[in-house]
Design a binder for this molecule. Structure first.
Ligand code: SF4
Ligand code: SF4
Ligand code: FES
Length: 647
């Protein structure tokens, strides 16, 4: 660990209570100009002041940008910077996801926060010479607002970012998650220092209660109440667990926080441990998140080296260690009791919830289990006060919430918004509306446990109660947007297929109920349904919802029940007319060439795998419906001329 000189005595063996402040404002224990200068020089590499000569190239190293080639760009940048003689004045770091994954690989140049999108290795020499050397801007790589046509120079000018309120994600995409100094430089571990030096555990708990923070994993249980229960139960040992077993299809909020700012989660867990009196914590994270696991391991190792994890933390007498437990990817292991069973080395299946985990959890000891986003909120609450947090949001849902936007929306990615924002603002304001000019049909919120909401519910404010009242749920925060080319029956089948496969099989309603419901949906989407299937689905859905053992089962029917409420007519069309109005169900769709629009280009015949299309060049073509296997390739290729109709 870095010290300014030999007078600095802080180490895990001889902890100094002022260490965190000293790293940024120090040295505190001695007055030495050289040391002060050393600290200032060091900070210049991390936080570049406006107008500073020193620049910082922050390349998005989140998984999405990384898959699009970003990981290899850092070295290309470094080589080019050296080549152009700017090595002493420029730092290059890889950050975590900054949310606008659609535009990746993206690069932010500090201190002016210029945002370059879709950067390739061929663009790098120009960025280095025009921007870093000459102080200009590479305009062709700037984001252009599709509404106004204006070029946006910085992230703060981009509507996608402007309408958000970033608390948890504030530093994701801007700091190097593999360097603890960067987290400390932007205010990290101050909450911990403040808590252990100046506050009693009661005082920290008071702020958490005052904030109104509710668990971000889905159920929305008040965090302060949970911590309070765990600390009151007499015990010789208590555990803190971070649930990072993010399993919803399309959700990557937790992964982004772990990859982009892992120390914020560690600090949140430390504060929880301080409140409840725990000395051991676990992070249960999916093995399918290798980058998150790697960055977490680095963060834990660095925090231990800096004396922020381990024994006698900051000289307070507090001991706390964190272990990582990699899950094998079973969805049910996101359920708290199944997760604990898995950590204990047993099969991950849920157990009955009395006593609750706060009384008898991991290894039979009182345990606090919160998810990644919940813990990442905690340091901000401690530093800014519970009242600050509670001033954002609605009466019963406070603070902000992160959502993963996907599907037919223009701006896919990760967004953080204040609770209470409407679904319309989220989809059309931040999300930029429907991709490709389609018409909004529905959104599925809350993943497979959530529900589908139609257009006339777009003005619903996002909070726990209003979503539950509409039959959906906040869940962990995934939102899939659908347009008029999406079939709602097929969508319900897709999510039920997921939960049916992921059911652990312990209880009959979930195991058998989801299987029977899926069979019915398969019947309907292949044109073999009958009118009795609708009341049967409703009946089975109600039984599973009220009698299944755990949250996976009780929420599994939600996509089916909400689509039956809001899109019943689509079910009737599949059953009565043997037609899929959206043209998505393979067995029920037909493709027809409209002769008045067909130019006879032959592109459809070229891609047709069944050789079902015939016609002379420059003359209207025809489809042999008996030979057609309904794959839709002709429809996709002809989208520009709109000569093929799907029905
Ligand atoms: S509801 Fe489903 S996942 Fe939960 S215990 Fe029953 S079978 Fe397992
Ligand atoms: S849907 Fe597929 S099989 Fe049918 S005509 Fe078009 S390309 Fe050929
Ligand atoms: S991974 Fe780069 S913006 Fe999301």
């Amino acid at each position: 660990m870095e010290k300014c000189c030999n007078q600095c005595r802080h180490s895990p063996a001889t902890p100094c209570k002022d260490y965190v402040n000293c790293r940024v404002e120090g040295p505190i224990c001695h007055d030495d100009q050289k040391c002060k200068e050393k600290r200032r020089e060091f900070l210049k590499h991390i936080v570049t002041e406006p107008g500073a000569e020193r620049k910082k190239v922050v390349l998005c190293g989140g998984l999405n940008c990384g898959s699009a080639g970003a990981f290899s760009l850092a070295d290309v940048f470094r080589d080019e910077i050296e080549k152009q003689g700017l090595g002493d004045l420029t730092t290059v770091v890889l950050s975590g996801c900054r949310g606008f994954c659609e535009q990746g690989p993206s690069v932010i140049i500090e201190p002016d926060r210029t945002f370059y999108r879709w950067v390739t290795r061929e663009d790098i020499p120009e960025i280095v010479s025009v921007h870093l050397k000459e102080g200009g801007v590479v305009e062709r790589l700037l984001y252009q607002d599709p509404q106004t046509g204006l070029l946006c120079r910085t992230c703060d000018d981009i509507p996608f970012y402007q309408r958000q309120m970033k608390v948890v994600l504030k530093h994701c995409g801007f700091i190097d998650p593999e360097d603890i100094s960067e987290y400390i430089a932007v205010g990290g571990y101050r909450a911990l220092a403040q808590a252990v030096n100046d506050m009693k555990p009661d005082g920290v708990l008071e702020e958490i209660k005052k904030s109104g923070l509710r668990g971000r994993g889905g159920a929305g249980f008040p965090t302060g109440k949970k911590w309070d229960t765990a600390r009151r139960v007499p015990a010789d040992k208590r555990y803190v667990i971070c649930n990072a077993d993010e399993g919803d299809p399309g959700a990557f909020m937790d992964r982004a926080v772990l990859e982009g700012n892992p120390h914020s989660v560690l600090e949140g867990m430390l504060l929880c441990a301080y409140v409840v009196g725990s000395d051991e914590g676990y992070i249960y994270v999916r093995a399918e998140y290798p980058l998150a696991v790697r960055r977490l391991r680095i963060a834990i190792e660095q925090a231990e080296r800096y004396g922020l994890l381990g024994t006698d933390i900051l000289g307070s007498g507090m001991n706390f260690n964190i272990k990582i437990n990699e899950g094998a990817g079973a969805f049910v292991c996101g359920e708290s009791t199944a997760l604990m069973s898995s950590i204990e080395g047993n099969r991950g299946i849920p157990r009955i919830k009395v006593p609750r985990s706060t009384e008898k959890g991991l290894f039979g000891k009182p345990t606090v289990l919160n998810n990644v986003e919940t813990f990442a909120n905690v340091p901000k609450i401690v530093v800014n006060g519970g009242g600050w947090f509670a001033s954002v949001g609605t009466e019963r849902s406070k603070g902000t919430k992160i959502f993963a936007l996907s599907g037919k929306v223009q701006n896919t990615g990760l967004v953080e918004v204040p609770m209470g924002i409407t679904l319309r603002d989220l989809i059309f304001g931040i999300g930029g509306g429907i991709k490709g000019g389609g018409k909004f049909k529905a959104l599925q919120i809350g993943g497979p446990s959530g529900g589908s909401l139609p257009e006339d519910m777009l003005d619903l404010p996002i909070d726990y109660e209003s979503l539950t009242g509409a039959g959906a749920m906040m869940g962990s925060g995934s939102i899939v947007v659908m347009d008029d080319e999406n079939c709602m029956v097929n969508m319900a089948r897709f999510f039920l297929n997921f939960t049916e496969r992921e059911s652990c099989g312990k209880c009959t309603p979930c195991r058998e109920g989801t299987t029977r419901m899926l069979e019915i949906l398969e019947r309907i989407t292949t044109g073999n349904g009958n009118l009795n299937d609708i009341p049967l689905l409703e009946y089975l859905g109600g039984v599973v919802k009220t009698t299944a053992f755990c949250g996976l089962g009780t929420s599994a029917p939600n996509p089916v029940l909400t689509t039956l409420s809001y899109f019943r007519n689509e079910y009737l069309r599949h059953i009565r007319d043997r037609r899929c109005p959206a043209g998505e169900c393979l067995a029920l769709r037909q493709f027809i060439i409209m002769t008045d629009k067909c130019s006879g280009c032959g592109a459809c015949a070229f891609v047709c795998p069944a050789k079902a299309i015939s016609g002379e060049k420059k003359k209207p073509h025809q489809i042999d419906l008996d030979a057609c296997i309904r794959c839709g390739r002709c429809y996709e290729i002809c989208k520009k001329y709109k000569a093929i109709k799907r029905r």
